[in-house]
Design a protein around this ligand. Structure first.
Ligand code: APR
Length: 251
């Protein structure tokens, strides 16, 4: 016998999911927690314990000490490289295969949705594996790092930085517009593994709700109350999502 908990899902949620033509999903750090990737707020351990991420993930911090910020991201990138997608990522791939139109909006920069096989992914906060020029945001594929000096573009000499959205920076406009359109047009909106506190991503489930769309929250720490249009699935995404796929499509 399996010792996995058995989840009971509301029958009308299963019906709505089976009938949905367009499913939109917002994911956050909680989806990658079971892959062993520390969330942004608890990323700082060991060598980095004395730094506050808020003071590292800004343009000002980078301008002041580009080498320090570069090294922090190298450390984070290496941890992402060692991680694998988990059952939550794979369950989202299964949902994408079963609904006609699927939009996966992620705040995560780890690229694990792509690695799991999701196709329609909007990376609202960028991707930690890419590097771009500080001066003009052009993506750069090759550079040299002597381990000491700030890393620069070999063509222009601009400082190089990770292609992620730092505090105080605007989100990529097209990605945000596509995400908002999905929130407005979908039949069900999922909010999975995110505290939904950082704008503008946090407003996407509200936008869906304003259009009368059912919203499903998957999080072990939910404290809200369910209603006819708000479904709370309390537990780890790596267990809830495969169980939901099984209950809906029998796979
Ligand atoms: N399954 C589902 N949810 C989980 C799991 C899990 N196994 N483990 C933790 N969670 C939930 C937590 O309860 C919390 O609500 O995931 C959420 C993670 O919240 P945050 O750490 O605030 O991450 P996120 O919402 O993605 O942060 C948004 O803020 O830090 C910045 O730019 C960064 O993209 C990030 C953004």
């Amino acid at each position: 016998m399996s010792d996995r908990p058995v989840y009971e899902f509301p029958a009308d949620l299963i019906e709505k999911l089976r009938a949905a033509r367009h499913v939109a999903v917002l994911t956050g750090a909680g989806v990658s927690a079971e892959s062993g990737i520390p969330t942004f707020r608890d990323a700082l351990t060991g060598l980095w314990a004395k730094y506050d991420p808020m003071t590292l993930a800004t343009r000002e911090a980078f301008q002041e000490n580009p080498r320090l910020v570069w090294e922090w991201y190298t450390w984070r990138r290496n941890r992402v490289g060692e991680a694998d997608p988990n059952p939550a990522h794979y369950a989202l791939v299964e949902i994408e295969r079963r609904v006609p139109h699927f939009t996966l909006i992620t705040q995560n920069v780890d690229g694990l949705h792509h690695r799991a096989g999701s196709v329609h992914v909007i990376e609202l906060h960028g991707n930690i594996t890419r590097v771009k020029r500080f001066d003009d945001d052009v993506i750069v594929e090759r550079w040299e790092d002597n381990g000491l000096d700030p890393v620069r573009c070999p063509d222009t000499g601009s400082l190089l930085r990770p292609d992620v959205v730092w505090f105080g920076e605007l989100l990529p406009a097209e990605a945000l517009q596509t995400a908002q359109a999905a929130a407005v047009n979908c039949d069900i909106f999922f909010t999975i593994g995110t505290a939904a506190m950082v704008e503008p991503a946090a407003s996407l489930p509200r936008l869906a709700m304003n259009y009368g769309t059912p919203v499903v929250i998957v999080n072990p720490a939910v404290t809200l109350r369910s209603s006819s249009s708000l479904y709370l699935l309390k537990g780890p995404a790596g267990q809830i999502l495969p169980a939901l796929v099984q209950a809906t499509w029998g796979v």
